[in-house]
Design a protein around this ligand. Structure first.
Ligand SMILES: Cc1cc2nc3c(=O)[nH]c(=O)nc-3n(C[C@H](O)[C@H](O)[C@H](O)COP(=O)(O)O)c2cc1C
Length: 271
């Protein structure tokens, strides 16, 4: 069962209709994989600028651009975080929700912290994804991390302290970029399209297909580390969630992120 699931995971390929799969951009997207091994080689400024510019051009709710990108090269990262960039990457871009800037610009941010955080989160994630694709298109290996290295939403408090983020600015995830020769051997098991893409109405998942995917996920985890199981890996996340939840709740609902109004403070106010 385990071997069969592993083989199925290993041979899985994207099922893109003929005549489309060689489209250069479709090919680029389908071949992106998270890379966790990088060479010790710096990234030219022009490449970093290109990646950041693509982030800046991303779509956002009402064009509010509620994001900030903090790029750190190796030495800067080590100075800030006191440890190397995870996986030996030469460049990290910390992607943050930024609800502070629009307030300073004069937009009245409504007193709905969860909605505002969600808007910020959606926009920041879209920008992160665009930057990941841009870096991949430039030939770099990339991975987004939100837990590894403690530089995303899983460690909001710590990451905010290290990066000296003001109220209203929350770390979401960090994009690691670097040269690599690693080719991903397999596509981490994707849910079959029948389970995620529905026609006209929601359909409950077919349990046989769902079990099959779950077994593939388990087989891949075991193949990477015989002492690990999918349950143990998930448990490692789950046991952190009470802390994560409390930190996020404090930030999103607490004093720090209490709704700001500029109606009395005026445009460009710093307070
Ligand atoms: C928001 C986000 C956070 C992630 N955080 C981590 C992380 O902390 N550590 C890690 O090794 N991979 C992380 N990943 C990478 C996922 O594990 C990876 O995207 C997933 O397994 C699918 O593999 P693929 O990207 O190679 O297709 C993250 C991905 C996303 C989108």
């Amino acid at each position: 069962m385990l071997i069969r699931s592993l083989i199925r995971a290993l041979v899985a390929r994207p099922s893109i209709p003929k005549g489309r799969r060689l489209h250069p951009f479709i090919k680029l997207l389908s071949e992106r994989r998270s890379i966790r091994h990088f060479f010790d080689r710096d990234i030219p400024d022009d490449d970093l600028d290109t990646i950041l510019e693509i982030g800046r051009l991303s779509p956002s709710t009402a064009n509010l651009q509620t994001w900030s990108f903090i790029s750190l090269r190796r030495a800067e990262w080590e100075k800030t975080f006191g440890s190397p960039i995870p996986f030996g990457a030469p460049l990290a871009i910390a992607v943050c929700v930024d609800l502070d800037r629009i307030r300073r610009a004069g937009f009245e941010t409504p007193p709905y912290p969860l909605s505002m955080y969600t808007i910020g989160l959606i926009n920041a994630c879209l920008a992160a994804m665009n930057m990941q694709i841009a870096a991949h298109a430039l030939g770099y290996g990339t991975v987004m991390v939100s837990d590894t290295g403690r530089v995303g939403f899983m460690h909001t408090r710590w990451a905010r302290e290290q990066l000296a983020l003001p109220p209203g600015v929350f770390p979401v995830c960090t994009l690691l970029v670097g040269s690599t020769r690693m080719e991903a051997l397999l596509i981490p098991p994707r849910l079959p399209r029948e389970l995620v893409a529905m026609k006209s109405a929601y359909t409950a998942p077919d349990s046989k297909l769902l079990n099959q995917w779950y077994e593939e996920m388990g087989a891949v985890v075991r193949a990477q580390n015989p002492f690990m199981s999918i349950h143990r890996r998930l448990d490692m996340y789950l046991k952190e969630l009470p802390r994560v939840e409390a930190e996020l709740a404090r930030l999103v609902y607490g004093d720090e992120s209490a709704p700001h109004s500029v109606s009395s403070a005026g445009k460009g106010d710093d307070a």
